[in-house]
Ligand binder design. Structure first.
Ligand SMILES: Cc1ncc(COP(=O)(O)O)c(C=O)c1O
Length: 362
């Protein structure tokens, strides 16, 4: 399995070949390239076109944008002889789900440190959303309270577990929260190569890229890639948790190295996700891409001249399983149902619903 997924020696795009360090290897974990298609959103400014890149369809148990980073991070883990990986995130972290799935593909054990509320930290976290798949693939889950997480920090928590596992004779590899370090950034540098190619194929020159931003690795890769490549586009990150200032500083840090409000939704956001699914058949996740799409449309409404006649590429970064954590809040929004009316006059027709009719013997 591992051998067949290994892409081999990694060759960066020519325009990125001067970056340092360049990853030596990568795994082929995602179903790439992901499709790009026009997205007929309502109420766009005059002549504005929005296209959507379906990184929600990148495979690996609905891993979304994370699988691109993990192609590089997992290659380093295996190159270092790791037998397990550790990572950290919130209780419904999409990154943790992606890491658990990718680890399983590569025969690595996966240890997840998940932050939850103080009152739930010593209770069974259940099987909702991402947790179901994480637990199905056999990830080991350590719960910490959000207070402990904030006080100690992701890095120190991961290091604590790393030392414990080493004492047990294991060889752990630590993946940072969100997979966002300079190595993970290569995932979206590569995505720019993909977008360059798709722009040529579709004969379309994008002016803008819009994407959700959490831990910053996705926009770091996109920004660096667009700056270096032939794609002359502006990247617009829409923050899903931290303040724009924090993200700007952190992402600058990731780019230089080359050389959490999260998961909460208002009723309006959930209604928006429902409406977009109904109008455009694209199901956004309310926590990431949904917030980014709301931010984009709000900005388009408030500043129509900025977006007028632009060709915008919106990257759907996945996170669909997180939607299952919102079912309670979506009851009043979701589509209707009814029991089918059937009265006693409806005749029974023999054989309907059977795949094969037995031929009657003469
Ligand atoms: C579905 C989804 N989209 C987008 C993001 C943001 O990506 P990044 O952490 O690279 O900024 C995240 C993670 O926070 C996510 O889970």
């Amino acid at each position: 399995m591992q051998g067949s997924l290994l892409r081999g020696q990694y060759e960066p795009p020519s325009w990125a070949s001067h970056l340092s360090p360049i990853p030596s290897h990568a795994y082929s974990l995602g179903h790439l390239p992901t499709p790009v298609h026009k997205w007929n959103l309502p109420n766009l400014p005059d002549e504005t076109e929005v296209w959507i890149k379906r990184d929600d369809l990148s495979g690996m148990q609905l891993s979304g944008n994370k699988v691109r980073k993990l192609e590089f991070l997992m290659a380093e883990a295996l190159a270092q002889g790791a037998d397990c990986v550790i990572t950290v995130g919130g209780i419904q972290s999409n990154h943790c789900l992606a890491t658990a799935a990718a680890a399983k593909y590569l025969n690595l054990d996966c240890y997840l440190i998940l932050g939850t509320s103080k009152v739930l930290v010593d209770k069974d976290p259940g099987l909702t959303g991402n947790l179901l798949v994480e637990r199905l693939v056999g990830a080991h889950i350590d719960l910490v309270s959000k207070e402990e997480h904030a006080k100690i920090g992701s890095e120190a928590l991961a290091d604590l577990l790393r030392r414990r596992l080493i004492e047990e004779g294991r060889k752990p590899y630590v993946i940072p929260a969100g997979g966002s370090n300079s190595l993970g950034t290569w995932g979206y540098i590569e995505a720019i190569r993909e977008i360059e190619q798709q722009s040529k194929t579709n004969k379309i020159q994008f002016d803008d890229i819009v994407v959700a931003c959490g831990s910053g690795g996705t926009i770091a890769g996109l920004s660096l890639g667009t700056k270096l490549s032939s794609l002359q586009v502006k990247v617009h990150p829409f923050s899903i948790c931290d303040s724009p200032e924090y993200l700007y500083n952190y992402t600058q840090g990731l780019i230089k190295a080359k050389g959490l409000g999260y998961a909460l939704n208002t009723n309006e956001e959930l209604k928006f996700v429902k409406q977009i699914a109904e109008d455009t058949r694209v199901v956004l996740d309310p926590v990431s891409s949904g917030k980014a799409a709301i931010g984009m449309l709000k900005d388009m409404k408030e500043n129509p001249t900025k977006w007028k006649a632009q060709k915008v590429l919106f990257i759907h970064t996945g996170g669909l399983l997180g939607l299952y954590d919102k079912v309670g809040e979506m009851v009043s929004i979701a589509g209707n149902w009814r029991k089918m009316e059937i009265d006693e006059t409806v005749p029974h027709i023999d054989g309907t619903g059977k795949m094969f009719k037995l031929s009657s013997t003469p």
